[in-house]
Every structure is written in C-alpha cells, then in structure tokens.
Ligand binder design. Structure first.
Ligand SMILES: [Zn+2]
Length: 352
C-alpha cells in the first residue's frame, strides 16, 4: 500500500488543494477516530440494519436476478449508463455510471467500453470510449478530470482542470464545466452532491479507502470548503463488488474491527447453510473451537453506507446500486474475475 499521499503543491496546479487526512480529522466536527457517531436527528444507526425500503438498500445476495431497481438505465449511442433519479432531476447536474457493453475496445472478441488506460487496450480506444461516455451523459462540453488512483484518502478540490494527472482518490468542485470521474472495476464509486450549495464530489473507495474513511473525509472537506451540510447531501453508491463475492483475508477484517464498532455487520463467512452465528469468530474466539476461516466476505457498500449515515446523511438520500461487478460480468467489469484483462468503469459527476 502506498504511504499516505502528500505531495507538495505544484506550481502548475495552484488550484489544487492537497491536504493530509489527519489535519482534517483534527479540525472536523465529525468524530473520525473512535467510531461512527450517529447523526443528531432523523437517522439512528441500528445494530442490525435490514433492507426495507427499495431505496438506499444494499444486498448481500449473489443472484442473477439482481436488478437496478429504481435506478435509471439510459441507452444512448450504443452504450448504457446508470443514473439515480434524485440526482438526474437536478437540472444543473450531470452524473452517470458507465457499464461494459458498447465502446470500441476489444476484449476477447467483444466490444466494450473500457474507460481506463490499461495495458491491454490502446490509448486511442480509451479516449474514444471516454468521448462516447461523455456524449451519452450530455457532458461533451465538460472537462473530464480523472485521478491517478492510489487507494489513499487524498482528496482534491478543483477550480479548473489540472494540467497534469493528480494522484488521489476523491475530488470535489463547485465550479461548472468540470466532470469528476472515478474509475473502478470492483471498488466502490461514490458520487456526492450538495443540491443547496451546488457542490459535486466523486470518491473511489476500495477496502483501503473504506478503512481510511475516505467518503467521510470527502464530506468533511465539502463542509469546510463549501459549507455543505451532510443532511442536505445526496449520495449514489455505484455498482461494485458485492458482499456476495468480495473475499478478503481475515487480516483485513481485523483492521476493520479495530476501527469500526459496526464492522461485524459488514463481514460474512462462507456459509454452508446452518451455522448458528457465522461471524462468531470475529467477536470472540473461545479456546478449543474451530480455527477461524482464512477468508471472509466483505460488503464494502454496507461499510460505506454506514459511514455516510455516520457522517450525517439521511438514509433516504443514499442510493445504493445492488449490481455486483463480479456477478454481472455481462454488464460490468470485475478485476477480481478478469484480472489484468479487465476494463474500467467510470462514474462521473459535474456541474453544467
Ligand atoms: Zn456477487
């Protein structure tokens, strides 16, 4: 894992504000250091959140029946994009999550919309795919800003497009004309919008970023810089690898357990069907019992949704796609399933 990223401000990019997460933690009214603090009103984080409403729920099942429920599926110019109605109805906002089919890249004889610069694809293809994606979003006139993602908690604020690629995993802006993009192939893309102050943010949260609370820090940054109020924010958690498929080592679980009181709810053991308490080993390990499993399943969406609630977002304002990248290889890219031959999805948000 790369060290916490801290690069001196570049003369070429005076508009970039780079900051270490620690400073933000210390100054923020949110408590990042102990555990998730329930917001003062409306949402109480219950010990066992269950999917109830059709909005904002997560799913841990691994079915072929997964739907995009109340998300909007748009087809334009041969490619399919996914949107959240609550964001789509803001006339000044552009947002969307890409899918795999269409595009000009050739992956195993199939035309795919690879939006990241990978070794197996050409730069020309990726640029053409990005052009088509932007066109499908109606964002042709916006300047795409993507980051060199490094699984950090570095957040950039942009007033204008940088002249060179910035390293980091979240970006935010209140300026029109910029399209903030996050590339993923299993990791969790999160788009944030403040409808009141007109701020947009894009966050890349793999397990490292989730462990580092990158989405909470991005919200803290929006609060400090743009006077955003968490209760106003809308969040869209895009397609990512689900708790059905995301196998991690128990050392990852241990790190989460040391950081989050609710972490046991985000993990699951491989089931054989009738274990009384599948995560007992996470809570306590009496002597003489079976050795713990080597790997467990992590639900990153659940973890990020819990962080959003903890940061003060209202539950009805959090929209979670239940599409699993690993289950839906017809529609999405999965690095876990495809390895180096995987393409990249893009989640983008910007102000017209
Ligand atoms: Zn799955």
């Amino acid at each position: 894992m790369p060290p916490l990223f801290l690069q001196p401000p570049s003369k070429n990019n005076p508009q970039l504000i780079r900051h270490p997460a620690q400073v933000e933690c210390a100054n923020s009214p949110l408590d990042y250091t102990c555990k998730i603090v329930p917001p003062t009103k409306t949402t109480t984080v219950k010990p066992k959140p269950r999917k109830r409403s059709t909005r904002g729920h997560t799913s841990t099942s691994c079915p072929s029946t997964q739907s995009i429920s109340d998300w909007i599926e748009r087809k334009a110019q041969g490619i399919k994009t996914l949107q959240v109605p609550a964001l789509a109805k803001l006339p000044w906002l552009i947002h969307g999550f890409s899918t795999k089919p269409g595009g000009v890249s050739n992956q195993n004889g199939e035309k795919v919309l690879n939006l990241g610069f990978t070794e197996w694809d050409t730069k020309e293809n990726v640029l053409e795919n990005r052009r088509r994606f932007q066109s499908a979003l109606g964002a042709t006139n916006l300047k795409l800003i993507s980051l060199k993602q490094i699984h950090s908690d570095a957040i950039h604020l942009f007033d204008s497009a940088p002249s060179e690629l910035c390293r980091g995993d979240a970006s935010a802006t209140n300026r029109p004309g910029l399209l903030l993009g996050v590339q993923t192939a299993d990791c969790v893309p999160i788009l944030l919008v403040d409808p009141r102050e007109r701020v947009a943010a894009a966050v890349h949260a793999g397990w490292r970023g989730t462990l580092a609370r990158i989405v909470v820090k991005a919200i803290g940054r929006m609060q400090m810089q743009f006077k955003s109020k968490p209760a106003d924010l809308l969040a869209a958690i895009g397609p990512s690898i689900g708790g059905c498929c995301y196998e991690v080592g128990t050392e990852v679980a241990t790190q989460f357990l040391s950081q989050f009181a609710e972490a046991p709810e985000w993990f699951d053991e491989f089931r054989t069907g009738d274990e009384p308490n599948p995560i007992q080993w996470l809570n306590m390990m009496p002597p003489g019992h079976q050795p713990p499993p080597k790997n467990v399943l992590l639900d990153l969406r659940k973890a990020n949704r819990a962080q959003l609630l903890g940061a003060g977002l209202r539950a009805p304002n959090i929209f979670v796609s239940d599409l699993c990248t690993a289950c839906r290889r017809d529609l999405l890219f999965s690095y876990r399933k495809e390895g180096a031959q995987s393409g990249r999805l893009m989640s983008a948000i910007g102000i017209r």
